[in-house]
Every structure is written in structure tokens, then in C-alpha cells.
Write a protein of this length. Structure first.
Length: 82
């Protein structure tokens, strides 16, 4: 069955089957936002300095080590040759 929607001066047919899919997409977007917030909270807890021992496997230590290595690599390889 088709419904029609007036757009400007023309009339475009829209399938009524498309409406539930549109609502489903909006609902899934809300769920993704909630999951994103939950994952962000978990990530912040993992990166918290006081929550864990800072060994070589701590996410914050791994990130700092990677950034330090990148900076060293950049300084060595971007120097002008003599």
C-alpha cells in the first residue's frame, strides 16, 4: 500500500513499509549513543591513574610510551641530512 507526501508542489509516493524501518533506524541510533556513553565511562575508569598499578601493560603507560617513541622517530627522521 502506498501513501503520498506533498513535497513542494509535487507528490511523491512513499511505501508504508518504509516508515517502520525509519523508526527502527532512529531507535538504533539512540541505543548506539547509550552504548557509546557506557564505553566512554569504562575507558575513563581504565585510564584513571589511581585505579590500577602502573605497569607496562596499563593503557595510559602504553599510550605515553607510544607517543614518546613517535616523537623520537619524528625527530630522528625529519632532520636535514648533512
Amino acid at each position: 500500500m502506498l501513501a503520498s507526501v506533498e513535497l513542494s508542489e509535487s507528490i511523491a509516493p512513499i511505501s508504508k513499509d518504509a516508515i517502520p524501518k525509519f523508526v527502527e533506524i532512529i531507535t538504533n541510533a539512540d541505543t548506539r549513543d547509550l552504548r557509546h556513553e557506557e564505553e566512554y565511562t569504562r575507558l575513563q575508569a581504565r585510564l584513571d591513574r589511581e585505579s590500577q598499578v602502573w605497569d607496562g601493560n596499563h593503557p595510559r603507560q602504553r599510550l605515553l610510551t607510544a607517543l614518546y617513541g613517535y616523537r623520537q622517530y619524528k625527530e630522528r627522521h625529519l632532520e636535514e641530512p648533512d
